[in-house]
Design a protein around this ligand. Structure first.
Ligand code: PHE
Length: 465
């Protein structure tokens, strides 16, 4: 189907650019900011182990499904689901899966750009030497002072959102591809610098132990849910980002191989980032379970104490900013592409519309750090109890909407799309592997997600897993 269809938005130059772009999407705040503290809070190596299982059972099959659906339709997620369903003799209403995805992407972007904005602010502070010789109390005051100032947060948040939209508005080749070709090597070098530093100056052995020596008793249902939610988030699955990038993939390369490559790079970066963060954390006697503030409140303590800490601090937050930017473009590209397809707007106009919406929601996310800190709007729903708007946004997207989008995508690829279409699109792979993939997306992947969900809601017997 794909070769007969033209993309309305352009194509990547070749399949390596696809891997670059998809890796850029998957490697982000999730790897460097979220992975270390989530692993830290959930038993370190125990979490890593469960997470690897989630990648195999859910990550790789779903990533292949998204690339497949994208490449075969060459459209944004809602149009892709509508047109594929129609071509299989089913209702166009299946587009709702894509619509949920587009919405989820915008909601994620609303809180993602707040954190990315804080990262840019910290990059400047590190460069200016703000953390030099501050004690831990002084550093947490810097954090407090920063996040309690809505105007400062708003400035950085708006700047990050604007940069993202400018790249998207410039187009797939001229904007996304051109920037990724610059940003990804920069990210690779920065990561390497971090690892080299951690290896030579940090407590590398303890970091290795913490991440790779599992304590099996620590594995419980929370660890499973956190690991599954994290797998979705870090692999950019369940909202159509990978589907969208798949729509720009030229040629007939093997989809499984591409999925493996992207999953491999993402996991590698998470592990390298984890080792770097924990080596520094242990070396300076910081607490690995300190939560979301880990990279903002703990690491600067270390940067304050080391020689040339301001340079390393600057590089670290630059790394985080670059990683966030290459993910952010993939969060909004589906929404922009959809508006272009649906209402025939130009990319710049579509980007402006999406930007306005995200900015409005992001405002509330940002106020949750100060003015609306203790505002808990959805107290009547148990899962949102005690959560402010920022917490609700992160929880409802990563732990609810992405897994639901994932189940629906898997079921669609397994049950709606006919076997003949699978064989045609996956023609580079053997029938056996295609069959295995089909069984995964038909039964195993959706069942695994549902099981973890039921377990979390306490609807399964205690000793099941
Ligand atoms: N994968 C990105 C990260 O780890 C976040 C993301 C989620 C990007 C969903 C796109 C879609 O930071």
């Amino acid at each position: 189907m794909s070769d007969r269809r033209l993309s309305l938005h352009g194509l990547w130059s070749n399949r390596f650019v696809f891997v670059l772009a998809a890796t850029g999407s998957t490697v982000g705040l999730g790897n460097i900011w979220k992975f270390p503290y989530t692993a830290g809070q959930n038993g370190g190596a125990a979490f890593v182990l469960v997470y690897l299982a989630c990648i195999l059972i859910v990550g790789i099959p779903l990533m292949s499904a998204e690339i497949f659906l994208g490449r075969t339709s060459r459209r944004s997620p809602p149009t892709a689901f509508a047109e594929i369903a129609e071509s299989q003799g089913k209702s166009r209403h299946w587009m709702f899966i894509g619509l949920i995805g587009v919405l989820t992407g915008c909601l994620i972007m609303a809180f993602y750009s707040v954190i990315a904005g804080i990262t840019m602010g910290y990059m400047m502070r590190a460069a200016a030497g703000t953390f030099n010789s501050l004690d831990p109390k002084g550093i947490s005051e810097v954090w407090q002072e920063f996040v309690s100032d809505p105007e400062k947060l708003l400035g950085w948040f708006t700047l990050f959102l604007a940069i993202t939209l400018l790249i998207i508005a410039a187009g797939v080749k001229e904007g996304l591809e051109r920037c990724l070709k610059w940003l990804m090597p920069v990210m690779g070098v920065l990561l390497f610098v971090m690892l080299a530093y951690a290896f030579t100056h940090g407590d590398f052995d303890r970091a290795i132990n913490f991440m790779f020596k599992p304590n099996f008793d620590a594995i419980n249902s929370t660890v499973w849910l956190e690991a599954l939610g994290h797998a979705f988030f870090t692999l950019s699955l369940g909202m159509g980002a990978i589907l969208m990038y798949g729509a720009y993939l030229p040629g007939q390369s093997s989809i499984y191989r591409l999925s493996f490559a992207v999953v491999f790079f993402d996991t590698l970066v998470a592990i390298v980032a984890g080792l770097a963060v924990f080596s520094i954390t242990f070396e300076y006697g910081l607490d690995p379970v300190s939560g979301p503030g880990l990279v903002f409140q703990s690491l600067p303590i270390a940067f304050a104490q080391m020689t040339a800490g301001h340079a390393l601090g600057f590089l670290f937050f630059l790394l985080l900013t670059v990683a966030a930017l290459t993910s952010a473009v993939s969060l909004l590209e589906p929404a922009v592409a959809y508006i272009v397809e649906r209402w025939y707007l130009g990319r710049a106009a579509a980007a402006a519309v999406v930007g306005a919406g995200v900015w409005g929601v992001g405002l509330f996310a940002l106020l949750s750090f100060n003015v609306l800190k203790d505002f808990h709007p959805v107290e009547w729903l148990p899962i949102f109890q005690g959560k402010n708007i920022f917490d609700i946004l992160t929880y409802s997207t990563a732990s609810v909407l992405l897994p639901i989008g994932g189940i629906l995508t898997a079921l669609f690829a397994g049950w709606i799309v006919k076997w003949a279409v699978v064989c045609e699109e996956f023609n580079r792979s053997s029938v056996g592997i295609n069959l295995l993939w089909r069984i995964m997306v038909k039964f195993v992947t959706p069942a695994a997600i549902v099981l973890v969900g039921l377990k979390t809601l306490n609807l399964l017997p205690e000793d099941l897993f």
